[in-house]
Write a protein that binds this ligand. Structure first.
Ligand code: GLU
Length: 421
């Protein structure tokens, strides 16, 4: 990657979309900067009595369409630039789905796999102590992201309740069910992507038995594997941070899920059921119909994009394909269902959780699924139509779709509200 920041790369997509709309340049200018990014140093006690400190951030990128919304990531390579970029993507993702939210994101620069459970709990509570004045059920609403989960959200929501002196479940989504979490939040990211693929299957000319490669086998990767395998598709390759396994006849998803449940890598299944180990780099170029990046950003780039054989890419990760790789894939006729649409099922069910918390009335899982399906199909279809009409990639169409909603809201507020002179 060049010396440009990750945010500079992300803003390329904003300019591409703006070229298709006639929008006040002030609106575009407003969307090029995060509204506020707060940095903190979290100091926690380790189990051996020593103290350690970790850098942490919370970014509220844009709140024009409502309170800022977005997850908190625990990752050793997180940076302020990454947090702002992820918050920019959340701004567009919430607008794509027409959720009444702006975009936000948070991170702690830490490898959570090196912490004990008690240390992880102290770190999660320290995050809320540092950012309690920034977050709030009508201000900024965190959720899980890479290497965070419902257990962490439970600790965080408990810490917030202690600070404000009352239960405030709508401050965080992705909570355990026992603390006001929503049914159906666990697999929502993958399920949203799955509904989208099913809905567009005919337009995309997809076969009933696709060969699928999945990069990343965390929450999104595991659930998409189960959903697609249940429909008779063949999962031929899967990777995680330690390596990859491949079987042209189809991997046994239950073996992979068992390994993960035991805290092992997918590579621990090697030798069973015809699973062969391959390098993680090879996964991207494996012979398949559908490639699902479900790990981190920038995994498909200038140097490996030409090796992609899949004709469809479903971006369950945020920002997995660089702008340079986008061009290579488009030239090769590969369609990308972009992150801000494809993985928006997660934040959509977070929205359902927030609504349920505010109402104190809880829905059935069937209700959650059918509401999610309706929204994925409605926004997916609208974006697909924009891409056909304007002759653009689906990504550009998704940005156009979101940008017109953002522009409408920014203009409705009055452009003088953000410029001082
Ligand atoms: N971290 C997820 C995302 O990137 C979910 C965010 C949320 O639920 O607020 O979309």
């Amino acid at each position: 990657m060049s010396e440009d920041s990750l945010l500079d790369h992300a803003l390329v997509r904003l300019d591409e979309a703006a070229a298709h709309l006639s929008i006040d340049p002030d609106v575009i200018e407003k969307l090029k900067f995060a509204r506020e990014t707060t940095k903190a140093r979290l100091m926690i006690r380790m189990d051996d009595g020593s103290r350690k400190s970790f850098l942490a951030w919370r970014c509220r990128y844009d709140d024009t369409r409502g309170p800022t919304k977005g997850g908190i990531r625990f990752h050793p390579e997180s940076t302020a630039d990454e947090v702002e970029t992820l918050a920019f993507w959340m701004t567009f993702k919430c607008a794509v789905m027409n959720l009444p939210y702006g975009g936000g994101k948070g991170a702690v620069q830490v490898d959570p796999r090196k912490l004990s459970k008690a240390e992880l709990e102290r770190l999660s509570r320290a995050y809320i102590q540092a950012f309690a004045r920034i977050i709030g059920p009508d201000r900024d609403i965190p959720a899980p992201d890479v290497y965070t989960n419902s257990m962490i959200m439970g600790w965080m929501s408990d810490e917030y309740a202690q600070i404000v002196g009352r239960a405030e479940p709508a401050v965080i989504t992705g909570k355990p069910i026992a603390l006001g979490g929503s049914l159906g939040r666990g697999d929502a990211t993958a399920r949203g992507g799955y509904y989208l693929v099913c809905h567009l299957a005919e337009d995309l000319g997809l076969s009933k038995t696709m060969r699928v490669a999945i990069q990343g086998f965390g929450n999104a990767g595991q659930h998409i594997a189960s959903l697609l395998a249940a429909d008779g598709h063949k999962i031929v390759a899967v990777s995680d941070s330690e390596g990859a396994v491949y079987s042209p006849a189809g991997l046994h998803v239950d073996l992979l899920l068992d390994a993960k449940a035991k805290g092992q890598s997918v590579t621990a299944t090697a030798g069973q059921g015809g699973h062969d180990v391959i390098s993680s780099e090879r996964l991207v170029g494996v012979d398949c119909d559908l490639l699902v990046p479900a790990a981190l950003e920038n995994m498909i780039h200038e140097r490996n994009a030409a090796s992609v054989k899949a004709k469809l890419v479903l971006e369950l990760a945020n920002g997995p394909v660089t702008p340079e790789a986008d061009k290579i894939l488009a030239a090769n006729g590969t369609v990308i269902l972009p992150d801000i649409l494809a993985n928006a099922g997660g934040v959509t069910v977070s929205y359902f959780e927030w609504v349920q918390n505010k109402q104190g009335y809880y829905w059935t899982v069937e209700d959650i699924h059918s509401r999610l399906r309706t929204i994925m199909e409605r926004e997916g279809r609208a974006i697909w139509d924009v891409s056909r009409e304007k002759g653009t990639t689906v990504r550009t169409a998704a940005y156009v779709h979101a940008l017109s909603r953002l522009a409408e809201a920014i203009e409705a507020h009055g452009t003088q509200s953000f410029f001082t002179s």
